[in-house]
Design a protein around this ligand. Structure first.
Ligand code: HEM
Length: 324
C-alpha cells in the first residue's frame, strides 16, 4: 500500500510561491505602511498628552505589563502604540524570510529587522527620560529612516519598466538635493514640535527652549526652498527629456508639498490644533515617500542592471525547480 503525504507534496509549490519576488514586494510595502502607521499612532500619543500614559518601560507600570485602570485612556493609547511594534516585528521578520527565500535584498532586510529593537529601545528611553524632546524627535526621525529602508527594499524588488534610460547627472544631483532638503525640513519640524505645546505630555518639563515662532519660521523657509528646488527639478526633468515616470513623480511631490505646506500654515495660525498636527505628521510621511520616489526614479540602477538581476534570480529559481 502506498503512503500518501499530501502536506509534504504541497511543500515545493508553497516554496515556489514564497520565493516569488512579488511576495517580498508586498511584504516590503506592508513594512512601509505599518511604519507610517507607527508615526501616526506615535502622534496620537503626543497629541492626546498620553506620552507618560504608561509611566515606565518595558512594563506599563512598575507592577503591570498592560495599562491599569489608574492610567485609563492615556495608558491604552500609549500601550496601543507599544503593541504596534509587535506587528512591525512580525512584518519585518516576514520580509527577511521572503528575502532569504527569494535571494533578493537580504542585507537590506537584515537592516530592516535590526531597526525594530532600536526603535523599541528609543521609545523606552523617551519614557524613561520623561519625554525629553530631543529623544522624542530622534524617535520620529528613526521612523523616517526605517520608512526609507523599507521603501528602498520595495522599490528594488519592484519590477522596473524596461528600457529606462540613464539619467542626466544634473537630474541625479537635483534628486539628492531634494532628499537632503526634505530631511532638513523634517528634522527642523521636530524641533518646532519640541519647542511648542505638543512636545509629549502636559507634565513634560524638558521643552526645547527655542522661540517657537523663530523655529517655525526657519522650518517654513526651508519648505519654501524645497518647493523652489522641486519646481526646478520638474522643469529640468522636462527639459532633459526625462521619462514620464520621473516627470510625474516630481509633480506629485510638488502637489504633496503644497498641500502639506498649507496644513502647516493653517495649523500655525490656528494655534496648532491637535487634529491638524496629526494630519501634518501623516503628510510629512507622504512628502518623504514622494521625495524617495523621485530620487528612486533618477538614481535607480539602469534597466539593464535591474533586468540582469531579475534574470539571475529567475535562473536560480528555474534550477531550484529542476532540482525539486
Ligand atoms: C513640505 C512641507 C512640510 C513638511 C514635510 C513638514 C514636516 C514637519 C514635521 C516632520 C514636523 C514635526 C512632527 C513631529 O515632531 O511630530 C512638523 C512640525 C510643525 N510644522 Fe511642518 N512641515 C512642512 C511645512 C510646514 C509649514 C509651511 C509650516 C508653517 C509654519 C509648518 C509648521 C509646523 C508647525 C507649527 C509644527 C509643530 C507642530 C506641533 O506642535 O507638533 N510646517 N512639520
Amino acid at each position: 500500500m502506498e503512503l500518501t503525504l499530501p502536506g509534504w507534496a504541497r511543500l515545493p509549490a508553497l516554496l515556489r510561491w514564497l520565493r516569488d519576488p512579488a511576495m517580498l514586494r508586498r511584504a516590503a510595502l506592508a513594512a512601509v505602511i505599518v511604519n507610517v502607521l507607527l508615526v501616526v499612532t506615535g502622534g496620537a500619543v503626543r497629541l492626546t498628552s498620553s506620552g507618560l500614559g504608561c509611566p515606565t518601560w518595558p512594563k506599563c507600570t512598575a507592577d503591570s505589563l498592560t495599562p491599569t485602570s489608574e492610567y485609563a485612556a492615556h495608558g491604552k493609547i500609549e500601550f496601543t502604540n507599544r503593541l504596534l511594534i509587535t506587528w512591525i516585528s512580525v512584518v519585518v521578520l516576514v520580509v527577511l524570510l521572503l528575502a532569504i527565500l527569494a535571494r533578493r535584498q537580504v542585507k537590506l532586510a537584515v537592516l530592516l529587522v535590526l531597526t525594530v529593537p532600536a526603535q523599541a529601545v528609543l521609545g523606552g528611553i523617551s519614557v524613561l527620560t520623561k519625554l525629553n524632546p530631543w529623544v522624542v524627535a530622534s524617535h520620529f526621525l528613526l521612523s523616517i529612516a526605517i520608512i526609507a529602508i523599507a521603501f528602498v527594499l520595495w522599490w528594488r524588488v519592484r519590477q522596473q519598466p524596461a528600457g529606462q534610460p540613464a539619467m542626466a547627472p544634473a537630474l541625479r544631483a537635483a534628486g539628492w538635493l531634494l532628499l537632503v532638503l526634505t530631511a532638513a525640513v523634517l528634522a527642523v519640524g521636530t524641533v518646532v514640535t519640541g519647542s511648542g505645546p505638543h512636545a509629549g505630555d502636559k507634565g513634560a518639563t524638558h521643552r526645547i527652549h527655542f522661540a517657537p515662532a523663530s523655529v517655525a519660521q526657519l522650518h517654513a523657509d526651508l519648505v519654501m526652498l524645497l518647493i523652489g528646488v522641486t519646481v526646478g527639478f520638474a522643469v529640468l526633468a522636462r527639459a532633459a527629456g526625462a521619462s514620464q515616470r520621473v516627470q510625474q513623480a516630481s509633480w506629485w511631490l510638488l502637489g504633496i508639498e503644497l498641500a502639506q505646506g498649507l496644513i502647516g500654515f493653517v495649523q500655525y495660525f490656528t494655534g496648532v490644533p491637535a487634529v491638524l498636527v496629526g494630519f501634518h505628521m501623516f503628510g510629512a510621511c507622504l512628502v518623504w515617500l514622494a521625495c524617495l520616489t523621485v530620487l528612486a526614479t533618477v538614481a535607480g540602477r539602469p534597466a539593464g542592471a535591474e533586468a540582469a538581476a531579475s534574470i539571475g534570480a529567475s535562473a536560480i529559481r528555474t534550477v531550484d525547480q529542476q532540482r525539486v
